[in-house]
Design a binder for this molecule. Structure first.
Ligand code: GLN
Length: 449
């Protein structure tokens, strides 16, 4: 499939043929990456995760509870895409309400990894990443609350970019954890990621957490020859699988050959990140999901006996297992008597994590770390929720402190043939340096799709 850059110069007639082709491929591949092939008229087709609103389209967050809901307005990212000559095309499968790391919790059934159909594509933006990797989409948007753009990108061998918190408006994004959520691109190259990011970024008065900062376009200004200091986190690498360690070694060599300086650092055990993240994320999720009461949105249970029965059955029938688990956990950590012990403490841990990263950034422009501890797991392999949460160890600190991160494919693992990705992280709002480093790493490892 053509790149987003190539698509920029295609006529509407050619783009309409491309839309046909994308749909044909998706149907032939049978990865279950798309949940719908909705079209929105002229423009470069961009696949959207099914938690981003397009006026008059269904949007379900892959949940039964939102079946039948039709979006009344465009998300800001959609409005901005349209202004840049792009049009939403199709809705991508995902974990229900973006809660998960495998896309197995979707009410539409799992998406399969295009490199090995017995494996998951990662999650929660698994449909977006699988479609881009399989040439069923030119580019896609995902959302990243704790790794959901970067991790599926790594498992599928594509580029996934999570911008700094506040860079991209969340207006029209189905909320999971509002202090962590961020929309970003999934593409086949760093350049395409920059093009899509430039299109969707910028201040939005309709999102109170949107940053009032302007940024020059990244695309056209990337400097892969800039020499940077890049920190590697030794204790993170030691905890990863041989496949990931091999990719890390290769990336470090490649970065050195590009003339960057590598410095070795350590960060606290990421088990603290996991504990803090799963308190903050579930607390915010419990609050955000309270709105699905069977009255205001989507689905309602049949013949409720009274108001309590309506709430109870609508939510019991509408939410899946993982979402229920998180609502319970979130309400627990917020309840009186536990609030200080869990929620408040987790908020304090966020500050400690920020201090630690800042100390590394005192000496380095970028940080290179794994995205996941191993290659994409097999379907069903992470059925134990705690095991699944642990697989997020390298991605969630970034969301807890709002940093930008980009995941890039580095190599294919020799044993399994599966892609291995690594991520570069930058200081908040330093996307420019992040893209310079990413372009340099991309050209020096030359991953072949
Ligand atoms: N796997 C993490 C979670 O389940 C992150 C998901 C995400 O980024 N949306 O919460």
């Amino acid at each position: 499939m053509i790149s987003l850059k190539e698509a920029l110069v295609k006529s509407e007639e050619e783009l309409s043929e491309i839309r046909q082709e994308l749909k044909k491929r998706a149907e032939a591949n049978g990865l279950n990456a798309y949940v719908a092939f909705d079209e929105a008229g002229e423009g470069i087709p961009i696949l959207l995760k099914d938690n981003i609103q397009v006026k008059d389209w269904g949007v379900t967050c892959a949940s039964r509870i939102l079946q039948g809901y039709v979006a009344p307005y465009d998300a800001t990212v959609v409005e901005k895409m349209r202004n840049a000559g792009m049009a939403p095309f199709g809705r991508a499968n995902m974990d229900e309400f973006a809660m998960g790391s495998t896309t197995e919790s979707s009410c539409y059934g799992p998406t399969l990894n295009p490199h090995d159909k017995s494996r998951v594509p990662g999650g929660s933006s698994g449909g977006s990443a699988a479609a881009v990797a399989a040439g069923e989409a030119i580019a896609a948007l995902g959302s990243d609350t704790g790794g959901s753009i970067r991790q599926p990108a790594a498992y599928c061998g594509v580029v996934g970019f999570k911008p700094t918190y506040g860079r991209v408006s969340r207006y029209g994004l189905g909320a999971y954890a509002s202090s962590l959520d961020q929309i970003g691109p999934i593409t086949r190259s760093v350049e395409d990621a920059a093009i899509l990011y430039d299109a969707i970024k910028g201040h939005d008065p309709r999102d109170s957490t949107s940053a009032e900062l302007t940024e020059d376009p990244i695309h056209g200004n990337i400097d892969p020859d800039r020499k940077l200091t890049i920190a590697v986190i030794d204790n993170y690498v030691e905890a990863a699988s041989p496949a990931v360690r091999a990719a890390h070694e290769e990336a470090v060599k490649a970065l050195e050959s590009e003339g960057h300086r590598i410095v070795h650092k350590e960060l606290s055990n990421p088990k603290y990140d996991i504990a803090a993240y799963y308190i903050v994320a579930t607390a915010e999720a419990a609050t955000n999901l309270a709105r699905y009461d069977g009255i205001r949105y989507g689905r309602r249970c049949e013949e409720p006996k009274n108001l309590e029965d309506l709430y109870f059955r609508t939510r019991s029938e509408g939410f899946g297992e993982e979402v229920k688990r998180r609502i319970l956990l979130g309400n627990f950590v917020l309840s009186s008597g536990y609030y200080d012990a869990y929620y408040l403490k987790a908020q304090k841990v966020r500050h400690l994590i920020r201090d630690e990263f800042n100390r590394v950034f005192d000496e380095a422009d970028l940080i290179l770390v794994p995205v996941a501890p191993d290659i994409a797991p097999k379907l069903g392999e992470l059925a134990d929720p705690l095991e699944m949460y642990k697989s997020d160890m390298y991605t969630i600190a970034v969301n807890l402190i709002g940093l930008p991160g980009i995941s890039l494919p580095i190599r294919k693992d020799a044993d399994s043939g599966m892609p291995v990705g690594l991520q570069l992280l930058a200081k908040a709002f330093d996307e420019r340096t992040l893209f310079d480093g990413a372009a340099s790493l991309e050209r020096s490892v030359a991953y072949s799709h």
